[in-house]
Every structure is written in C-alpha cells, then in structure tokens.
Ligand binder design. Structure first.
Ligand code: DC
Length: 215
C-alpha cells in the first residue's frame, strides 16, 4: 500500500504540523490518531471511568462515537477540539492508551478512516500496527529539550503559568510510558525512514519526507 503515509514518533517531534502540511500538499486527508486517544480520555473523565476499570472501559468503547468535521473533532456530538488539548487530557490519554481494550476499540476506527487511501496518518503505532502494509513509513524524532520547548509553546496559551521544566518532566514520563507498554509501543522499525527534526524547519521536514515518498 503506497497511498497511506504513516508518521510515528514521540510527543513534540512535530508530527502534527508536518503531517497536516504534507497532507495539504498532496491533497490527502490527515488523521491525527493522538486526538482519538485524547477523545477517549475526555469521555472517560466525563463518565468517571478509570484506566483500571476494564469492564467500564469496554462498555464505553462499544458506545463511543468519534467523528470529524474538517479540523473539528466530536465525541458523541460534543465538540471537544479545544477541550482535549490540555496537559491533563494529554497525561490521561497516555495512561488510557496502554489499555488493550482502548487500542482494539480504536483500531477499526483508524483503519476505516484511511483504508481507501490518500491519507497521512500519524501517531505512535500507525506504521507498526494500524497500517503495517504501508510502503511509506516515517519515524519523526527530535531532541528531548527541543520537543519540550515545542510542547510548552503549545500549552502556554491555555495555561500561562506552566513551566518549561514541568513540561520536560511530563514528556519524559510520557516517552517512557508510550515506549514501554506491552500493546503496540512506540517503536522505530527497519522499514521506517528516520528523520531528526531538531534543527530542521517544518518546510524542510516536509520536503525531506516528499523526497523519500514512493507513490
Ligand atoms: O500525540 P498526542 O500527544 O496527541 O497523543 C496522546 C497520547 O495518545 C500519547 O501519549 C500516546 C497515545 N497515542 C498512542 O498510544 N498511539 C497513537 N497512535 C497515538 C497516540
């Protein structure tokens, strides 16, 4: 499969910005799979379901309705686009994403949204688990400090008191959890093109990816 492009990598590597721009250039659709995990965390919080409550989570996953309209994301009809972009939901989504029942619930949603092709899909396991058959897989990385700086820029609009040091510690924790979980951990595989974006501009990263594409 050539026309589903997968981009995986840790928090703050620039996957979102790069994938959106790349999709725009190619005329492809763009799927931010992290937003799906954040949507699940948002609903779990609203319903008071904890990550250890397997039965409650299963029930919730059987009934959840996540939809998109352009750049907006909805959970059961409620627009959560802004509500899922908080530090708290980021942290919660990382915990919920380690639960197999959550991952299997989101698996088919991700496949269905992109299976017709012409899509850029980004996350932690898009090239290993969701579209392992893709022939255009990328792993986008950046140094820890730079990733923390980027994430901090995003978060400080909502929470001006947030400190860079705290963001860096949070990112470290999330890296460890996302890479060490048993089900579909974040992993770079041999068939992925590795790109370090630490000192590259967004346009340079997009250009680099375009130069490797086999369409
Ligand atoms: O990319 P993000 O920060 O929006 O992702 C939120 C969390 O969701 C992240 O900590 C790990 C999880 N996630 C995942 O496990 N698998 C994906 N494909 C995407 C995100």
């Amino acid at each position: 499969m050539k026309d589903v492009i997968t981009i995986d990598g840790p928090s703050g590597a620039g996957k979102g910005t790069v994938s959106r721009l790349l999709a725009g250039k190619l005329g492809y659709k763009y799927l931010d799979t992290g937003a799906l995990y954040r949507a699940v965390a948002w609903k779990a919080r609203a319903e008071g379901v904890g990550p250890d409550n397997e039965e409650g989570l299963k029930k919730m996953m059987d009934n959840i309705n996540i939809s998109f309209n352009g750049d907006r994301i909805y959970v059961d009809g409620t627009d959560v686009t802004s509500g899922i972009r908080t530090k708290e939901i980021g942290e919660m989504s990382s915990r919920f994403s380690a639960e197999p029942v959550v991952r299997s619930g989101l698996f088919s949603i991700q496949r269905e949204l992109c299976i017709q092709g012409k899509a850029v899909i980004e996350g932690r396991d898009t090239g290993t688990t969701i579209f392992p058959e893709s022939e255009n897989k990328f792993y986008l990385d950046a140094g820890l400090e730079e990733r923390a700086r980027r994430r901090h820029e995003e978060l400080k609009d909502k929470d001006p008191a947030i400190r860079l040091e705290t963001t860096l510690e949070d990112i470290k924790k999330r890296d460890a959890r996302d890479s060490s979980r048993e089900t579909s951990p974040l992993k770079k595989t041999e068939d992925m093109v590795y790109i370090d974006s630490t000192s590259l501009s967004v346009d340079e990263v997009v250009e680099k990816i375009m130069s490797y594409l086999r369409l």
